[in-house]
Design a protein around this ligand. Structure first.
Ligand code: NA7
Length: 450
């Protein structure tokens, strides 16, 4: 791709951005790299990802551990030898659930340290049917269009039914079973019922369906019960797996319930919980990320009056953006999949594409109109942020502790930072703002026309 689109000349690899400061005097962003290189830029666009800052919980004693330890998000390039090792995995989110069945056959013994059990559905991975592929390629434009205006950013063919409570228990069971057989978290989530994350009673029908699947798969009833989640299905990241629950039927795999018996410390030999010590050669942290804001805060970003983004968002009035693309006080700065956009609760490539196109069109417009200062208005940002919160509060998402709410990082302000109104309506709103001369933004020109 880089060669095809001649992108290499614009890419500098192995470079970390340390700071980006807006200089009001000359309306430039001064960006500092880890190699002490300074770049002066008119626009500053972040594409740092919503899930790229690893969360390694501050367990006492990690520095004394005699074995090896890794975080899944910083996996070494060199091969990690797990053969004949006693391995502990902390965390059972999307990552843990993929890692656990993959490494279980290799290791001597695997201990899974689970704090919150998760709902997971079969991924249903399979080679694409050539007929389907041909159909997609022949109709690529309409396929893309469907994706762009759908709720989740996926080209789903099946429309979800309105409410789980409109169907009889038998009808529901049949629909859930066919979604289970088809596989894929997104089809399970988006092609069954629309009110699963709105109505607690509807949610209970799908939650219990998955719990019964777990009870049917896992042979030891005590282990099966420990694996059964109780939170509202779908309000933590919807997960899919290949043989996750089945892994607990292996003789070399055991489950440590660290909700009941929390981890006390890491010892030189392994992990100590309140019910004893587990001796380990390797600890794998599948403990997730400081989502949405973590990677932005790793860069010292400062806007007008040298106020940092972290100061504005954490010490000030909490995280607020306009459309998840810009934030007041930070002129000429754009965020790709920023907080309060559909970002991680959508098909992310669809959302990235939309932001990149919107930002590119915007910069083109600013150039054409000789506008050199572009900034979100505070009122527009207040209104958008309020709207995001109101939409989130109509759902069950805000009831659950998850990285969506920031609850996974001790001390992080709890706030739901994802727009839940749907990818299609969000796209329409962004296009409307642009078509009305970037309504809600202040556009100033200090340039003299020649
Ligand atoms: P997640 O989904 O944040 O999962 C992290 C897991 O680690 C989860 O089971 C956590 O339990 C557990 N965790 C985190 N801190 C601790 C401590 N201190 N003690 C015990 N267990 C802990 O991260 P993933 O990498 O799996 O997935 C992130 C996203 O990447 C995913 O959603 C996809 O969008 C792609 P908890 O549930 O908080 O009790």
């Amino acid at each position: 791709m880089a060669d095809r689109f001649d992108l290499r000349r614009d890419i500098q690899l192995n470079t970390q951005i340390i700071s980006a400061h807006y200089h009001e005097e000359d309306n430039r962003w001064i960006i500092q790299t880890n190699e002490d290189r300074t770049i002066s830029a008119k626009y500053f666009i972040t594409g740092v990802g919503c899930l790229s800052t690893a969360n390694i919980p501050k367990f006492k004693g990690l520095d004394r551990f005699r074995g090896e330890w890794y975080h899944t998000g910083n996996w070494p390039k060199e091969e990690v030898n797990l053969k004949r090792k006693r391995v502990g995995v902390i965390g059972t989110g999307s990552t843990g659930i993929q890692v656990i069945p993959a490494i279980a056959p290799e290791v001597d013994h695997l201990t899974v340290f689970q704090r919150t059990p998760q709902y997971s559905v079969p991924s249903g991975n399979h080679p694409y049917d050539p007929e389907y592929l041909k159909q997609v390629k022949d109709n690529f434009e309409s396929f893309k269009q469907k994706r762009r205006y759908s709720f989740g950013g996926f080209p789903n063919d099946v429309e979800a039914r309105s409410s789980a409570l409109d169907d009889t228990p038998e009808e529901r069971e049949k629909l859930y079973e066919s979604a289970w057989q088809k596989g894929g978290a997104s089809s399970f989530f988006l092609e069954t019922y629309q009110d699963l994350t709105i109505n607690p009673e509807s949610n209970e029908t799908v939650s219990e369906f998955i719990r019964n699947k777990i009870r049917g798969i896992v042979h030891d009833p005590e282990v099966a019960e420990k694996l059964c989640p109780t939170y509202y299905y779908g309000t933590k990241r919807s997960i899919q797996d290949t043989g996750y629950y089945e892994t607990f039927n292996r003789k070399n795999v055991s489950l440590a319930d660290v909700k009941t018996n929390p981890i006390v410390e890491i010892t030189p030999e392994g992990i100590r919980t309140t019910d004893g010590e587990y001796e380990l050669d390797i600890i794998i942290f599948a403990t997730g990320y400081d989502a949405m804001t973590g990677s932005l805060f790793k860069i010292d970003i400062r806007g007008k009056d040298r106020i940092s983004l972290q100061e504005k968002w954490e010490n000030g009035e909490q995280t607020k953006t306009y459309l998840g693309i810009a934030t007041s006080g930070f002129p000429n700065m754009f965020m790709i999949t920023g907080p309060e956009s559909p970002s991680v609760l959508s098909n992310v490539p669809t959302s990235i594409e939309q932001h990149v196109e919107w930002i590119s069109d915007c910069i083109k417009y600013l150039r054409e109109k000789d506008i050199d200062i572009f900034e979100a208005k505070r009122e527009a940002e207040d209104e958008w942020s309020k709207h995001c919160r109101e939409v989130a509060e109509t759902t069950l998402f805000t009831n659950t502790d998850s990285w969506y709410t920031g609850a996974n990082i001790p001390g992080k302000p709890r706030r739901f930072l994802i727009y839940l109104g749907g990818v299609g309506p969000y796209r329409e709103k962004c296009s409307e703002v642009a078509s009305q001369g970037y309504e809600g933004f202040s556009l100033q020109s200090t340039l003299k026309k020649t």
